[in-house]
Design a protein around this ligand. Structure first.
Ligand SMILES: Cc1ncc(COP(=O)(O)O)c(C=O)c1O
Length: 407
């Protein structure tokens, strides 16, 4: 069996044609393709406004700045996520307050409540692997009178909302469902990632979905966020490039985080075949792993579907039973030697230098550490053939047996 990569992008003739169309159109940065992608994201998520940006990270910084986040503010995040979730908070001068997770990888709602202070401005739950958090509980928490009454508004947007903002880190979860609603419609704001390994990619990129309560005009906030993506400039590059369109103004200190059309073209082709092909194929892979690993007692399966949620199968986060971190690492070595690239999602943030230096300690997050120490993410993508899936399953089982059972 040839080597099996972890997560190659899905590039077929439709993707290539859409990119070539952008390249030959005479316009490669933000323009018609981005607009079309924003519309497709709205269709998929049953939303009316989505802003494309050049990464999840820049989208998160934009949203936090839009809400007026600054030094002295606190943003609650799970300890178990990619560092970008907390990094965006640090970039705004605020403090990420990390809380532990529950056994299904999602942020522990009870821990959120205990972490809320008068400085808390935002909660950022993360849909790890595409598995939605308990959004009813989180949304109920921020509207609870005892929590609302603690909220200290220090910007116009904060005063208008009058409570903690919920921004879901949906970097993994485009296409996931929670209580019949799609990711993108579950919290005030949702941010997707279109990084190269994501279910839908634009090479690098992301999108912010606006679902703010009715005290906001979501379209007005969409327009404001579009300005934020372009240095606060009141005219986009396309309009400015037209004959006679040279004059512009800069209205405020924005960012420069717009998505180029040539990148949007990849995502545009992919999103059009997402429900009919890409998601179906990801589910095939996840269900195949499920049927194999459920027959073996040493494995704990990741959640894929229950009565209220359905994953979009972004990662297959297998956990090993009765296994230490060192043994898990040895099992990964064995799997690697068999030519299969696997990964770990995630090294909890308190284990990373930048956060250790800020005083976070992994001992405070026992569930995050337990899940990390036993986790191996298996390859999952539409191109994966059934015989490759079989090979991966056997490679994982043989590696487990060798390391833990001396078999
Ligand atoms: C949970 C999570 N949040 C945020 C990000 C950051 O996304 P981006 O690379 O688009 O900035 C990632 C990236 O992998 C992620 O996994």
């Amino acid at each position: 069996m040839n080597k099996i990569p972890f997560s190659p992008p899905f590039v077929n003739q439709d993707v290539i044609s859409e990119v070539l169309d952008s390249l030959s159109s005479g316009w490669i940065t933000t323009g018609a393709k981005v607009k079309a992608l924003e519309e497709e994201i709205c269709n998929l998520t049953t939303n009316t406004n989505a802003v494309c940006v050049n990464s999840w990270t820049s989208g998160a910084i934009l949203v936090l700045k839009w809400f007026g986040i600054k030094e002295g503010d606190e943003v609650i995040v799970p300890a178990y996520t990619y560092s970008a979730t907390a990094m965006a908070v640090l970039h705004c001068g605020a403090m990420p307050v990390m809380v532990d997770i529950a056994g299904d990888f999602t942020i522990d709602v009870n821990s959120i409540e205990n972490a809320i202070t008068t400085r808390t401005k935002v909660i950022m739950p993360v849909d790890i692997a595409g598995w939605p958090c308990d959004y009813d509980a989180i949304n109920a928490l921020v509207t609870k009178e005892s929590v609302k009454s603690q909220f200290l508004a220090e910007s116009d947007k904060q005063a208008l909302l009058g409570r903690i903002l919920v921004v879901s880190d949906a970097a993994h979860s485009i296409g996931s469902m929670y209580k019949r609603k799609p990711a993108g419609r579950l919290t005030d704001l949702t941010i997707f990632s279109f990084h190269a390994v994501k279910n839908i990619t634009t090479a690098e990129g992301g999108a912010i979905c606006l679902n703010l309560p009715s005290c906001f005009d979501n379209y007005e906030e969409y327009k404001l966020m579009k300005l934020y993506t372009l240095n606060g400039q009141n005219k986009d590059a396309f309009t400015k490039s037209q004959a006679g369109g040279w004059k512009y103004d800069i209205l405020f200190t924005g960012l420069k985080v717009n998505m180029p059309d040539v990148c949007a073209a990849i995502g545009l082709a992919q999103i059009r075949m997402y429900n009919s092909l890409l998601l179906v194929e990801r589910e095939r892979v996840a269900r195949s792993y499920h049927s194999f690993f459920s027959k073996h007692q040493h494995f704990e399966l990741p959640p894929l579907e229950d009565e209220s949620r359905k994953s979009c199968f972004h990662l297959y986060a297998l956990r090993l039973k009765n296994c230490t971190e060192v043994q898990r690492d040895s099992i990964i070595e064995e799997i690697t030697q068999k030519g299969v690239a696997v990964n770990v999602h995630f090294i909890p943030m308190p284990m990373l230098t930048v956060f250790k230096n800020l005083g976070y300690k992994i001992e405070d997050y026992p569930v995050a550490y337990d899940n990390y120490s036993r986790e191996i993410s298996l390859p999952i993508y539409p191109q994966l053939k059934n015989e490759q899936i079989d090979y991966i399953c056997e490679a994982v089982l043989a590696s487990y047996n060798k390391v833990l059972l001396n078999d």
